[in-house]
Each structure stands twice: as structure tokens, then as C-alpha cells.
Design a protein around this ligand. Structure first.
Ligand code: ADP
Ligand code: MG
Length: 274
């Protein structure tokens, strides 16, 4: 890992402004959303009556116990599955199928082992038929942004878990989507790398203004990174509390020890029962 990224607790490039929803263009709107899975053994109500509106440059953290429907909600937003009831809109239009305007990062980087880092990042550009010269330029910029300059020609197996996840973030951003969906992206990483990558993500978000929906089990991570923490309660998954995080930006690790942070944390914990 590049030494410049170690102990990156301050985010110098991040604008000092807050990302309040007030006045921000509405990017995603979810209305009366229900999702029931039908299986051989019965029905599982995964989501019940979910309403949420997300602003254009908002960073939303989605927290809740295992099985409360977080991944289901991301899959519905990315149109990988269809709702049982309710409506989803992006830019005011109903979400009917997968959109090029969305990038997704999962818990595992799943890089193709036979491709080097650069070619892994370029994969979606190839699939989407984007101008490869431009895509290559962008790939280099993104890799530099996440501290992977110099690792372009390496194989994924030569990278640490944190570096692989950085490459996966570049791959999700290569086609410049305006929405980034992240499903427990740092859950498989050790605590220090996880913390570094969180701040790294804020730096990317400052450069590449996106709507981010970030799923995590980690309440502190959720508060430290986001503008709003959406807390979901156990099955059937419902939004029980939305905590507006009024901490200044750039965020720093020492904010975790403030009374304000603790009160946010207590509110989220009360809902999700941790
Ligand atoms: P989370 O990501 O919060 O852990 P999920 O969205 O993965 O929760 O799952 C919510 C509920 O829906 C769980 O009870 C899970 O078992 C169920 N579920 C998820 N995917 C499917 C599926 N494809 N078929 C049937 N049940 C599913
Ligand atoms: Mg999940």
C-alpha cells in the first residue's frame, strides 16, 4: 500500500460545505416499496413500505441487522430485481431496467485473475462499448486517485485486500455513473484498512460528485462517512429512523469521540438493537 495513504485521517481535498438535502436535486425517489421473495418453502417479506428520497450529491449510509433487506434495496435500485409493490424513480423517471448511470461495489472485489488491474478496471467500458482511449485515460486517473498508480500491470493476486477493493471501486466508476451503490464494501477488510478506505472514499466523492448509498453493519463507519444514516429494523425490513449527520466536513477520525457522534450512535443503536 502506498505510504501516502497510511493514516489518511484528514481529507484535505474534501470541501468544507455540508451536503444537506435542502436545495439538492432529487436523484432517487422510492415510494411505498415492498419486496416479497417467493421460494419453495414459503414467502419472505424482505421490505415493507419503504419511502426514501435521496439528493444528487448525497452520501447515504444504510445500516441494519443481517437479513433486514439492505441488499434487496440496493438490488431494487439497480433494477437487478423487480419490486412486488411500490415505485422507484431515478432523475424523475421510473426505474425499469439496469442503468449505465449506476456503479456497484460488493463485499468481495471479484477481479478477474487473468486480467491485470488496468484491464479489470476497463472491463465495464469494454462491455458498454465506451471509447477505449478515453476509458483508458479515465482508468489511469481513477487508479491514481485511489493510490494504485504503478500497480496497473499487476495481477489481482499481487494486491492486498484493500488494494483489490480500491481497484473494484475504480471499475465501478470507469463509466462515470452518477450513482454508486456499495454493499458492505469494506466488510472483509481489517479495521485499519477499512478506516483508510472510508476516508479514501470521501476523497473520491469530493472529486467525483456522486450519489452514494453505502451499506454497512458498522454504525461508526456509517456516521463518520455519511450525510444521513438510514437505519432499518429487522424483518420485515422497514426504515425506522433517519439520522441527519450534522458533523462538519472534512470529517476526521477524532469526531468519533465527540458527544454529538455518541448521540447519533445511540439513536441508530436503539433502532437496530446493537
Ligand atoms: P441484508 O442485505 O440486510 O442482510 P437481504 O436483502 O439479503 O438482507 O435479505 C432480506 C431477506 O430476504 C432475508 O430474510 C433473506 O433471507 C431474504 N432473501 C434475500 N434474497 C432472497 C432470494 N433471492 N430468495 C429468497 N429470499 C431472499
Ligand atoms: Mg446484504
Amino acid at each position: 500500500m502506498p505510504s501516502s495513504l497510511r493514516n489518511l485521517h484528514v481529507v484535505p481535498n474534501e470541501p468544507a460545505s455540508k451536503h444537506s438535502t435542502a436545495g439538492v436535486v432529487e436523484k432517487i425517489k422510492i415510494q411505498g416499496l415492498h419486496k416479497t421473495y417467493l421460494t419453495k418453502t414459503g414467502r419472505t417479506v424482505a421490505l415493507q413500505n419503504v419511502d426514501l428520497t435521496i439528493g444528487g450529491d448525497e452520501f447515504i449510509a444504510l445500516v441494519g441487522p443481517s437479513g433486514c433487506g439492505k441488499s434487496t434495496l440496493l438490488r431494487l435500485i439497480s433494477a437487478l430485481i423487480k419490486p412486488s409493490k411500490g415505485k422507484l424513480f431515478m432523475d424523475g423517471k421510473p426505474i425499469v431496467g439496469p442503468s449505465h448511470d449506476v456503479g456497484i461495489v460488493f463485499q468481495q472485489a471479484v477481479l478477474l485473475p487473468w486480467r491485470n488491474v488496468l484491464d479489470n478496471v476497463l472491463l465495464p467500458a469494454e462491455i458498454l462499448g465506451i471509447d477505449m482511449k478515453k476509458a483508458r485515460e479515465r482508468a489511469h486517473q481513477l487508479l491514481e486517485l485511489v493510490g494504485l498508480k504503478g500497480f496497473e500491470m499487476r495481477g489481482p493476486h499481487e494486491l492486498s485486500g484493500g488494494m483489490q477493493q480500491r481497484a473494484a471501486i475504480c471499475r465501478a466508476l470507469i463509466h462515470n455513473p452518477s450513482v454508486l451503490l456499495m454493499d458492505e464494501p469494506f466488510a472483509a477488510l481489517d479495521a485499519l484498512t477499512r478506516e483508510e478506505l472510508g476516508f479514501e472514499l470521501l476523497r473520491i466523492w469530493a472529486v467525483e460528485k456522486k450519489t452514494i448509498i453505502f451499506v454497512t453493519h458498522n454504525i461508526s463507519e456509517a456516521i463518520l462517512l455519511s450525510d444521513r444514516v438510514v437505519a432499518m429494523s429487522p424483518r420485515p425490513g422497514r426504515i425506522s429512523e433517519i439520522v441527519e449527520v450534522d458533523l462538519p466536513r472534512p470529517r476526521t477520525i477524532d469526531m468519533e469521540f465527540t458527544q454529538q457522534f455518541k448521540s447519533y450512535s445511540d439513536r441508530v443503536r436503539a433502532v437496530i438493537g446493537h
